[in-house]
Design a protein around this ligand. Structure first.
Ligand code: GAR
Length: 211
């Protein structure tokens, strides 16, 4: 096993990969103090794989097994990351829950972006959930991943106002635009600034600029 460096990053994605690309571009421009070493996908047809090719980032599809909402065996996923010295794992539209072996291998070092102001609208289709619920404010959350779905300590949130003349598509586009900015900024803060947990509260130590 290669030694794990917190700044050696991996992204896990299932689909389009726009957040993966935003993270990769931030890393390549120096805006994010780390290197995306590998992309892992659970779907061989994920457009994220093409983005990785264009960005010159290694991409792999380890076996998933037959279950749809989790990996049957997380071991090949963990081993692929450990063999590359990955110390921080970034979920970006990865649509499976992770469990003890994976969470233990990267304890407190797995982050996720979610397209709502958690704890509102956890789970699938959060933007559609918020649209149908008629909320006036929604947003984006970056949080640490724990065994509980979308409940880990929150690193950063940003609000997106729902306009009276909005469409679901226009709202979705604005939420994604915030994700593409907030996620790299929150990862940068996570890698750069000391932090500690007070229960579920993630607190960046004095002097850390707020994302
Ligand atoms: C993003 O909106 C991300 O927040 C969401 O999936 C989308 C992936 O888009 N993730 C979740 O809902 C996780 N619960 P992308 O593939 O273009 O980055």
């Amino acid at each position: 096993m290669a030694s794990q460096d917190p700044r050696t990053l991996a992204v896990l994605a299932s689909g389009r990969g726009s957040n993966f690309e935003a993270l990769a571009r931030a890393a390549q421009s120096g805006a994010l103090p780390g290197r995306i070493r590998v992309l892992l996908c659970d779907r061989a047809d994920a457009p994220a794989l093409q983005r990785a090719g264009a960005l010159g980032i290694e991409a792999l599809c380890p076996p998933t097994g037959v279950r749809r909402t989790r990996l049957d065996d997380e071991t090949p996923w963990i081993e692929a990351l450990q063999a590359r010295g990955v110390g921080t794992v970034l979920l970006a539209g990865f649509m499976r829950r992770l469990h003890a072996p994976f969470l233990d291998a990267f304890a407190n070092r797995i982050l996720n972006v979610h397209p709502s102001l958690l704890p509102a609208f956890p789970g699938l289709d959060a933007i559609g959930q918020s649209w149908r619920a008629g909320v006036k404010i929604t947003g984006v959350t970056v949080h640490m991943v724990t065994a509980a779905l979308d409940e880990g300590p929150i690193l950063a949130q940003e609000a997106v106002v729902v306009r009276d003349d909005d469409t679901a598509e226009a709202l979705e586009a604005r939420v994604h635009a915030v994700e593409h900015r907030l996620y790299p900024a929150a990862v940068r803060q996570f890698l750069d600034a000391p932090w500690h947990l007070e229960g579920r509260r993630m607190v960046f130590d004095a002097g850390a600029p707020r994302v």
